[in-house]
Design a protein around this ligand. Structure first.
Ligand SMILES: Cc1cc2nc3c(=O)[nH]c(=O)nc-3n(C[C@H](O)[C@H](O)[C@H](O)COP(=O)(O)OP(=O)(O)OC[C@H]3O[C@@H](n4cnc5c(N)ncnc54)[C@H](O)[C@@H]3O)c2cc1C
Length: 454
């Protein structure tokens, strides 16, 4: 019997999973390795961070995605080393694994541009743990403000700073403003939504810089209508548990979120190939590593510059998925002895959501805004959720949330509740009970009719 070639895929994200699925009918055995047991739909992470969805609605066990694919074996392990010459990878958990073909798709990690110490006070949003931690911090900030008698301290607790005005920063800022306006206004007594301050900080000249200037301007107007303060052209020079320093300006805040940048997974550094400034490894026209036609790198960890251009492809899920399908085909062609092809990216457009019924989209030459763009965003994101159960649950949950403004997942979890003190490490913890402490009075204006309508 002819021995099947062994394809090792590192990463079960958008890129890696696309490779494994596209190899379903191929005469290969596939080992899919991921350090986490689930495939994560990152575009909806901010919804978990802002208590709109639960983690289980945007993630699915990798095993269950490929359960009907007999030629795929899934390993929960962290790849630590890659020996391209010996065609072997090493992990922390298993014996070394040899391959005939290797596909690296380990994605990206948060980047603090040399200020890793900011990670503790200003969490980024890259995985489910990040999202649950952000949710915890934002909800605890409201809880702490509800108890706080000192208006200056309360103001700091109700000030949220989001650093980075790309799609993730814009989504987070919009969602915090909505959380305060529509949801928490109904459940809290001593704090009002209009006391909440959301500041979006961007070093570049405009928000959503990857979009056309007209779209970017539209997004800026929408954010401002939602009450969000936008600071463009300003660099963050310091972040600590009580706020952010922007050159000469200080913003007091107990919740700072980082959405300013990512860099390639540190795993690609193990290749010993020179990377770009974002740590991404350059690949050839067929997504293979230079000098290694049997080893590929795709998605956020790779830098692919289409022929005749100077701009690398963006770090988005369509790029990763299209490269994944292309590489699966390249492997099949290599086994059949066919010539290599060149990867060509098909750009189907870009979208960013700003809030409930608010988004911007660029599809071909068409620019959309408002409700229409939001509907387009909703349909695309539901469609691409990886398995049907998720799609249906998310749709129902969104519909419920949309029509009732209720949040199904406003649970504070992920830490021992009494561990922190207000403001510690940027997190308003519950703090120890203090004898004789006063709490904020009830707001006198709250109408009983509003109570009844909750
Ligand atoms: C908050 C957020 C919002 C986003 N919104 C959008 C959007 O709206 N539209 C869009 O197109 N794109 C969006 N993106 C970008 C998109 O998610 C990425 O471009 C895409 O996930 C890249 O796919 P990938 O396969 O390269 O990496 P990923 O999907 O990140 O998958 C990488 C996988 O590799 C695993 N891994 C990493 N290192 C190792 C290791 N050493 N050993 C084993 N496993 C490892 C990880 O656990 C992970 O499962 C968003 C990203 C984020 C963070």
């Amino acid at each position: 019997m002819k021995l099947r070639r062994h394809v090792v895929v590192v990463g079960g994200g958008f890129g890696g999973l696309s490779v494994a699925r596209a190899l379903e009918a191929a005469p290969v055995r596939v080992t899919l390795i991921d350090k986490s047991n689930h495939h994560l739909f990152q575009p909806l992470l901010y919804q978990v961070a802002m208590a709109g969805l639960t983690p289980g609605e945007i993630a699915v066990p990798i095993r269950s995605v490929v359960r009907r694919q007999d030629n795929v074996r899934v390993l929960l392990a962290e790849v630590r080393g890659i020996d391209l010459a010996a065609r072997r990878i090493s992990t922390r958990e298993c014996a070394p694994i040899e391959y005939d073909f290797l596909v690296l798709a380990p994605g990206a990690v948060n980047s603090y541009f040399g200020h890793d110490e900011w990670a503790r006070v200003a969490p980024g949003l890259k995985d489910l743990d990040d999202a649950v931690e952000i949710r915890r911090r934002v909800l605890l900030a409201f809880e702490a403000a509800e108890r706080e008698p000192d208006p200056i301290v309360q103001r700091r607790m109700l000030t949220f700073v989001v650093i980075g005005a790309g799609p993730t920063g814009v989504e987070l800022a919009g969602a915090i403003a909505e959380l305060a306006t529509f949801v928490l206004s109904r459940d809290f007594r001593a704090v009002h939504p209009d006391q909440t301050r959301v500041v979006l900080v961007e070093a570049g000249p405009r928000v959503l810089a990857s979009f056309e200037p007209e779209t970017s301007e539209r997004a800026r107007r929408t954010l401002e209508q939602m009450g969000i303060e936008i600071r463009t052209g300003v660099r963050v020079t310091g972040i600590d548990p009580t706020g952010v320093t922007l050159g000469g300006e200080r913003i007091d805040s107990s919740t700072v979120l980082w959405a300013a940048g990512v860099r390639a997974s540190p795993l690609v550094a193990a290749l010993g190939i020179e990377t770009d400034r974002a740590g991404r490894v350059p690949v050839e026209a067929d997504c293979a590593l230079p000098g290694h036609p049997e080893a590929f790198c795709i998605g956020d960890a790779a830098v692919f510059i289409p022929a005749g251009t100077t701009a690398p492809l963006p770090g988005t899920s369509p790029v990763a998925m299209q490269q994944g399908r292309f590489v699966a085909r390249a492997i099949k062609r290599a086994i059949d002895g066919d010539a290599r092809e060149t990867f060509a990216y098909v750009d189907k457009g870009s979208m960013a959501t700003i809030g409930r019924s608010r988004a911007v989209a660029e599809i071909g030459g068409i620019r959309l805004g408002g409700f229409l763009a939001w509907m387009a965003w909703l349909v695309v994101h539901i469609f691409y959720l990886i398995d049907f159960r998720n799609r249906l649950l998310v749709l129902i949950d969104w519909a419920w949330s949309y029509f009732t403004y209720r949040r199904g997942s406003r649970l504070i979890t992920g830490h021992r509740l009494n561990a922190g003190t207000p403001g510690e490490a940027g997190t308003p913890g519950l703090g120890p009970p203090v004898a004789g402490t006063t709490v904020a009075p009830l707001a006198p204006t709250r109408e009983s009719s509003e109570e009844a309508s909750r």
